[in-house]
Ligand binder design. Structure first.
Ligand code: AMP
Ligand code: MG
Length: 523
C-alpha cells in the first residue's frame, strides 16, 4: 500500500466531472477566515492513501478547509431535485457542498466533498455555510454509524473558522470533508425525470450502474447495441434490475437503522443515497428511552419521519425513484415488482438482526410474539433502547459470569444492587414475566453455549451510542476551545461493542437535561 505525503500526489480520476455539464456547475470554494483543523479521522485518511505526515501539512488544511482546490481535482456543485416532507420541492442541489474530486486510494475510489465551503448556484436562500455545532454532529455520526457497521458516508476532517454564521443566534463556521464512493441521490434521478429529459436520466443511470451496480447490466441478445454517442445502450431490464438492487440496499439500511434506534430526521428524497448509504446528517438522533413514535427533528411537527415510519418512508421514496426511472424503463409492472421486494427484504433483515440481538440461533414459531412483546414492554416503560439489549445478555438467570465480568461487559451501567435488564423497566413485574418466557426460549437452544450466546449478543448490541447529550457535551467543550473530547468520543464510537475502562459516563443512562435537548433543521 502506498501512502502519500501530500494530497497532490494521490491519483485522481474525477469521473463525475467527466459527465455532461448539465449535471453540475464548476466553481470555487469561498475560503474561511483562520481555519483550524480540529480533528482528522486517520482511518479514513488511510483509505485515501494519505500518510500521517500529509495530515499535518499546510496543503492538507488548505484543501479540507476550502482555501485551495484539490490538486488534480475538479471542483463542482451537483444539481438535483427532490420531494421534501412528501411534497415536490423542485430543483435543489449542492447548496453548500463542493465536490473536490475523486481520489484513487488504496481503499478504493472516493469522492471528497466539503460541506460548508461557500455558496453555489443551488444555495437558494442559504449562505453556503455550516455551523460548528451541526458539523460536529455530522462528523461524530459518520463515525458512529461506521462503528456500528451501518453503511454511511465517512468524514475525513473537521475544520472550524472564525467567520460568524447567522442562525437562531450567531454561531461560528465549520467545514466537514466528507468521503463516499458517490454522493448521487434519489433526487438526482428525479431531477431529470421532472425535466422530461430521458437522455440525461439515462446518462446518469448508466454512470451509476456501470460504476456501482455492474451486476445489473443485462446484455441484449445478439450484438451489443450502441446509442448515437457510441455508448452502450442498455435494456429496460437493466434499469429494472438497478431499481431492484437499490430497493434491496435501502431495505437493509432501514433494518440497520431500526435496530440501533437511529432516526434520520429528514428522509427527503434528496437525502437518500443511491448507494444505500446513510447520507446528510442533520437533526438525526439515536433514541434514549424507546418510543416507536419518537421524532428527532424538532421541526417535524407532523412526525412524518418518526422512528416507526422510516421503513415506509424509504419505500415511498423508492416509489419516487421508480417513477423517475419509468421515463427510461417503460415497464410499470416490472418496476412495481422491484418495489414489492422492499417489504420481504426489510422483514428478513429485521428478523436476522433481532435473532442476533436476542441470541437466537434460529427463528421459531412464537419468536415473533416474543420480540413484539419486548418492543411493547420497552414502549410501555420508555426503557432505554441501547441498554435494554446490551443488558439482556447478562439478565438474571441467563448468565453464570462473575459479577465483575458482568459489570465490565455492561460498562458499569449496573453495579451494587442494580439488576441488569430488569431495573431498566419501571414495571419490574412485567419485565420479569417477559424475561421468564425469554429464558425458557434460550434454554431450549442446545446448539449454543452460554458464553457463546453472551459473546454474540455483546458483539451485536452496542454499549456506546451517540446519544444527543454526548454530542452536546462535545459541542460545548469544543465551542469553549477544548477539542480533545472529539477524539475521546471518536475512539469509543469506532468500536462501540467493547467496554473501555474509565468510560462509564459514556455508557450511562442520559442525565435529566438530555430530554430537553431540541434538535432542529437549522444547521
Ligand atoms: P437538507 O435537507 O439539509 O439536506 O438541505 C436541503 C437543501 O438545502 C440542500 O439542497 C442543501 O444544499 C440546501 N441547504 C441547506 N442549508 C444550506 C445553507 N446554509 N446554504 C445553502 N444551501 C443550504
Ligand atoms: Mg441534503
Amino acid at each position: 500500500m502506498t501512502l502519500f505525503n501530500h494530497l497532490v500526489d494521490v491519483p485522481k480520476l474525477n469521473t463525475f466531472a467527466a459527465l455532461p455539464h448539465a449535471f453540475y456547475t464548476r466553481l470555487r470554494t469561498t475560503p474561511l477566515n483562520h481555519p483550524v483543523l480540529l480533528h482528522v479521522n486517520s482511518d479514513v485518511a488511510v483509505l485515501l492513501g494519505l500518510s500521517g505526515q500529509a495530515l499535518s501539512s499546510q496543503d492538507f488544511l488548505d484543501v479540507v478547509s476550502g482555501t485551495s482546490p484539490l490538486p488534480g481535482g475538479d471542483t463542482l456543485a451537483a444539481v438535483y431535485s427532490g420531494h421534501q416532507f412528501g411534497q415536490w420541492a423542485g430543483q435543489l442541489g449542492d447548496g453548500r457542498a463542493h465536490l473536490l474530486g475523486e481520489i484513487q486510494g488504496p481503499g478504493g475510489n472516493w469522492e471528497l466533498q466539503l460541506k460548508g465551503a461557500g455558496m453555489t448556484p443551488y444555495s437558494r436562500m442559504g449562505d453556503g455555510r455550516a455551523v460548528l455545532r451541526s458539523s460536529i454532529r455530522e462528523y461524530l455520526a459518520s463515525q458512529a454509524m461506521y462503528g456500528l457497521g451501518i453503511p454511511t458516508t465517512r468524514a475525513l476532517s473537521l475544520v472550524s473558522a472564525s467567520n460568524p454564521v447567522m442562525r437562531e443566534t450567531i454561531e461560528t463556521a465549520a467545514v466537514v470533508a466528507r468521503v463516499a464512493p458517490s454522493f448521487v441521490r434519489f433526487g438526482s434521478f428525479e431531477h431529470w425525470a421532472s425535466k422530461k429529459n430521458p437522455e440525461l436520466l439515462r446518462r446518469l443511470s448508466d454512470y451509476v450502474i456501470e460504476r456501482f451496480y455492474p451486476e445489473c447490466i443485462v446484455e441484449s441478445a445478439g450484438a451489443p447495441v450502441f446509442s448515437e454517442d457510441g455508448r452502450p445502450s442498455y435494456s429496460v431490464r437493466t434499469y429494472v434490475r438497478f431499481l431492484e438492487a437499490v430497493v434491496k440496499r435501502t431495505a437493509v439500511l432501514m433494518a440497520d437503522w431500526q435496530v440501533v434506534g437511529f432516526c434520520h430526521g429528514v428522509m427527503n428524497t434528496d437525502n437518500m443515497s443511491i448507494l444505500g448509504l446513510t447520507l446528510d446528517y442533520g437533526p438525526y438522533g439515536f433514541m434514549d428511552g424507546f418510543d416507536a413514535r419518537h421524532v428527532c427533528n424538532h421541526t417535524d411537527t407532523a412526525g412524518r419521519y418518526a422512528w416507526h415510519a422510516q421503513p415506509a418512508v424509504a419505500h415511498w421514496n423508492l416509489y419516487q425513484l421508480a417513477n423517475s426511472l419509468l421515463e427510461i424503463a417503460p415497464d410499470t409492472e416490472a418496476l412495481r415488482d422491484a418495489l414489492d421486494q422492499f417489504e420481504p427484504v426489510f422483514l428478513k433483515a429485521m428478523q436476522q438482526r433481532m435473532m442476533n440481538k436476542l441470541g437466537l440461533v434460529e427463528w421459531k414459531d412464537g419468536d415473533e410474539t416474543l420480540v413484539d412483546d419486548l418492543w411493547s414492554l420497552m414502549q410501555a416503560n420508555h426503557a432505554d433502547f441501547t441498554l435494554t439489549f446490551r443488558q439482556l445478555a447478562h439478565a438474571p438467570g441467563l448468565t453464570s459470569a462473575p459479577a465483575a465480568q458482568i459489570e465490565q461487559d455492561l460498562g458499569a451501567t449496573v453495579h451494587g444492587t442494580l439488576i441488569p435488564f430488569v431495573d431498566l423497566f419501571v414495571d419490574r413485574e412485567a419485565a420479569l414475566a417477559w424475561l421468564g418466557r425469554y429464558r425458557h426460549r434460550i434454554q431450549s437452544q442446545t446448539s449454543q453455549s452460554e458464553p457463546e450466546r453472551i459473546q454474540g449478543m455483546l458483539a451485536t448490541n452496542p454499549l456506546y451510542i451517540l446519544r444527543n447529550h454526548l454530542a452536546q457535551q462535545v459541542i460545548e467543550a469544543t465551542q469553549q476551545g477544548d477539542a480533545s473530547q472529539i477524539s475521546t468520543l471518536m475512539n469509543l464510537l469506532a468500536n462501540p461493542f467493547v467496554a473501555q475502562p474509565g468510560m462509564q459516563a459514556y455508557a450511562a443512562l442520559p442525565p435529566a437535561w438530555a430530554s430537553k435537548l431540541e434538535v432542529s433543521c437549522s444547521s
